[in-house]
Design a protein around this ligand. Structure first.
Ligand code: ADP
Length: 399
């Protein structure tokens, strides 16, 4: 009604407004009319029908509770006095079965201790806690809290804490490993110091020999501390992707120049073939150098005399989120067994070849390399055959 009336006024006014004054007046009237329509609409919203619509859209407390319980990651299960499941949230249904209602809890969680805890909770009227692990399909760890809901029903809240447990184990293993690796050279240094001060006090030849060993042991400790510092630095920056323009060719040429002496000592030659195109990648030059350094040092360390190392770069599509540059470092060394390849980037892991041949190392070099590559959103592929050699292919995003 209002709209038709407005349109009539508007058409009349605009029709007659053939000078500037009139068109201004028309604009003013249009604004007033629109404001009136808007106010009328607002007024309409207050009518009882609207109130009814609003009340029908209200979210009930019950809906809210159900939704909230279904969002919770912990498994929530309610059982009756016969231990039969009467309620399960979405997490419990997803974990056990959508048809969990009506099943006996003991048939779901097959842990004898659970029956005792349920009985204790019922008769002592006191919440009970227990932990259990499930081996199949994979090892998982759970914590359960059982509490009384009412005379008949009990509520079980089952928390899967596998990830926390894994992190805890990793941390304690790490500390144990570091302590062990630092203690071994330290004990040896202390032993030799005691010999120099005691039985070998007057034996210059023995003293010289012991001092040399102590120097080697302290170098080991220094290497380990440097690697640990490097690892913790990289871990703390894991989420920051470095984005400088880095020329891989320059880095590799510099690296070969500084490492060649080490290789020549073993009569190992290093051959570098670049794709001679655009070799720029996205990253941090210092960190990328550290990756190549660790892998090239290993190629020399785990190769016999008179062998060759081949380094090459190439462009590859479809391996990372956008075009990548691949860098291959290939040696003719002792190689890694198939069972161990996937483990050599783990912290402190040293393959049998390294231990058997008493080759020095901390077991941290490749773990550092892998962390740096991940931080760069790159990739590392390792191909190796025991007794024949290894190839490490690193991919970085093209700049
Ligand atoms: P390490 O200080 O022991 O060299 P890394 O983390 O660099 O530690 O390497 C882990 C293990 O992987 C080594 O101990 C070795 O067993 C194996 N490895 C690494 N690179 C090579 C290679 N080029 N050839 C054979 N084995 C290798």
């Amino acid at each position: 009604m209002y709209l038709i009336f407005t349109l009539i006024i508007l058409t009349t006014l605009i029709g007659f407004s053939n000078d500037f004054m009139h068109s201004n007046l028309a604009a003013l009237i249009i604004s007033l009319v629109l404001a009136a329509i808007f106010l009328q609409k607002r007024k309409k919203l207050k009518k009882p029908e609207i109130n009814q619509i609003v009340s029908s859209q209200t979210y009930s407390g019950q809906d809210l509770q159900k939704n909230y319980i279904d969002q919770i990651e912990d498994l929530i299960i309610v059982i009756n006095s016969f231990n039969i499941v009467t309620f399960a949230n979405m997490a419990a249904k997803t974990f056990y079965s959508p048809n969990i209602i009506g099943k006996n809890i003991i048939s779901l969680i097959r842990i004898p201790e659970l029956t005792d805890k349920i009985d204790d909770c019922r008769f002592k009227k006191k919440s009970q806690h227990m932990e259990f692990e499930q081996k199949l399909p994979i090892l998982q760890f759970f914590k359960v809290r059982i509490s009384n809901l009412n005379e008949q029903s009990l509520m079980l809240v089952v928390k899967n804490y596998t990830e926390i447990k894994k992190a805890e184990t990793l941390r304690s293993d790490f500390i144990a490993n570091v302590s062990h690796q630092l203690k071994t050279p330290l004990v040896s240094i202390k032993g030799f110091l005691e010999s120099i001060a005691g039985p070998a006090k007057d034996d210059a030849t023995a003293q010289q020999k012991f001092i040399k060993i102590m120097q080697e042991e302290s170098n080991k400790m220094e290497d380990l501390i440097e690697d640990l510092m490097s690892l913790s630095r990289i871990e703390s920056q894991a989420h920051i992707q470095p984005k400088d323009k880095v020329d891989i060719e320059i880095i590799l040429n510099n690296l070969i120049e500084t490492t060649i002496k080490l290789a020549e000592k073993k009569h190992i030659s290093v051959e570098f073939n670049s794709n001679h195109n655009n070799n720029y990648v996205l990253g941090d030059g210092v960190k990328i150098t550290e990756v190549f350094q660790n892998i090239l040092d290993n190629a020399i360390k785990y190769s016999d005399k008179n062998k060759k190392i081949y380094i090459s770069t190439f462009v590859k599509k479809g391996i990372l989120e956008k075009e990548a540059i691949g860098i291959s470092i290939k040696d003719q060394g002792m190689g890694i067994s198939r069972e161990e390849i996937h483990r050599i980037t783990e912290r402190f892991y040293r393959a049998e070849n390294a231990i058997k041949n008493k080759i020095k190392g901390t077991g941290l070099g490749l773990s550092i390399a892998k962390h740096i590559i991940n931080q760069h959103r790159g990739d590392l592929q390792i191909v190796s055959k025991l007794g024949e050699g290894s190839e490490f292919i690193i991919y970085f995003l093209k700049y």
